[in-house]
Design a protein around this ligand. Structure first.
Ligand SMILES: *Cc1c(COP(=O)(O)O)cnc(C)c1O
Length: 393
């Protein structure tokens, strides 16, 4: 087995196709799928050296595997980072990161608007082990500063937020974290490295749900933690011990997903922008939330920080829940599901699904109105998407 150079001088589109390859003695052109739990050694001395980490090599697939290693190398190159470690899911990536960086008595400052399971991980699992979390409005830099405590170790954020697409200024939040001696972890699931590279903006670690845009076709679960060699080595040691490792088959599927990531994100974004502009003109629509629209409150930051507005938009219809549900019930092409990151467009009513279990006051605070709908825009023809939404508008 041999691995390619990180080829860091190449363009991202090229890295997505050429970086990170592990070839066997058969010199296969496509990345091979190595379905094996363990690997053999030439000698007792070689086995000993590999287990001690004195020489590189594959020992056991909970540690790593050639197909998984190829995925890790390619994703790291695409994020402009030194190293990545793959995990079984996105939540496993976040859990492994937090259990590596934190101990009992430590404190997290996090953006308020987070993926639901991440909130449950912080408030349920981590709180049980004595790790406390304070939540702030991600766009408010003074709020990040004010939330710092002597035991703050980690800042955590998602940008753009789900479903209202508010942005956090990654470089500014990273500076505040570093001043406080804390690390910044960014969940880059919504943009993917094709649109946003948080490490280059000062983030210390990026976590991914590879289940979403990295796969891009809704096929497999996966996750990853990306960053400096030093930090990722610590997370890797946790993953190989605790065991939330990525399956080789899933890595093999994800590698082909990465090859088309830039093309897909470009088209997802173009479709989302066109749909956002069209929705703004519909008399039944009160408001559209999309960072690619010039009247979005964080448009200037989006222009600077992201390559495009991204694939996800939300819009508010006039007439509250009744009118919103009418749109959901009328679609015939778009999928009624809460998932995202797929070539297929999906439509969700956040107030009654993803955000149903929080109190009405918390929902109102977060801006999740009864008339709000979220679209994760896929790759279908834009006219078919408009026609389908028009049925219920
Ligand atoms: C889906 C998602 C996750 C969790 O990923 P899984 O692969 O489902 O475990 C984390 N963060 C964001 C923003 C997500 O959308």
């Amino acid at each position: 087995m041999s691995s390619d150079d990180p080829c860091l001088s190449l363009h991202p589109e090229t890295l997505a196709i050429r970086a990170g390859r592990e070839t066997s003695e058969y010199r296969e052109h496509s990345q091979s799928l190595q379905l094996t739990s363990s690997f053999t050694f030439d000698s007792a001395a070689q086995a000993a050296a590999m287990f001690l980490g004195e020489i590189d090599g594959f020992t056991y697939s909970r540690f790593t595997n050639p197909t998984v290693s190829a995925f890790q190398q390619r994703l790291a190159a695409m994020e402009g980072a030194e190293r990545a470690v793959a995990t079984s899911t996105g939540m496993a990536a976040i859990q492994a990161t937090m259990l590596t960086l934190l101990k009992s008595g430590d404190h997290i400052v996090s953006s308020r608007s987070l993926f639901g399971s991440t909130i449950n991980l912080f408030n349920g699992v981590l709180a049980k082990f004595g790790v406390e979390t304070s939540y702030v409005d991600a766009a408010n830099l003074d709020a990040w500063r004010a939330a710092i405590k002597p035991n703050t170790k980690v800042f955590f954020l998602e940008t753009p937020s789900n479903p209202l697409t508010d942005l956090a200024d990654i470089a500014a939040v990273a500076a505040i974290a570093h001043e406080a001696g804390a690390l910044l972890v960014v969940d880059n699931c919504f943009c993917s490295p094709a649109l946003q590279q948080p490490i280059k903006l000062g983030a210390d670690l990026v976590v991914h749900s590879a289940t979403k845009y990295l796969d891009g076709h809704g096929r497999v679960m996966g996750g990853a933690v990306v960053g400096s060699d030093k930090l990722v080595e610590q997370v890797y040691l946790h993953v190989r011990t605790a065991g939330p490792s990525l399956a080789p088959f899933n890595a093999w599927v994800l590698l082909s997903g990465l090859e088309t990531l830039h093309l897909r994100m470009e088209k997802h974004s173009a479709n989302a922008l066109a749909l956002a502009q069209w929705l703004q003109q519909q008399p039944a629509v009160e408001k559209v939330f999309y960072p690619g629209l010039p009247d979005h409150p964080h448009y200037a930051l989006a222009q600077r920080q992201q390559k495009s507005g991204g694939a996800v938009l939300s819009f508010q219809v006039k007439g509250g829940r009744e009118a919103a549900w009418k749109v959901v019930d009328a679609i015939q092409l778009i999928s009624r599901t809460a998932n995202l990151g797929d070539v297929k467009t999906t439509l969700t009513h956040p107030a009654s699904t993803t955000h149903a279990r929080i109190t009405p006051e918390a929902r109102a605070n977060a801006g999740i109105t009864e008339g709000l709908l979220r679209v994760a825009v896929g790759l279908e023809h834009i006219e078919d998407l408009k026609a389908d939404l028009l049925r219920g508008l």
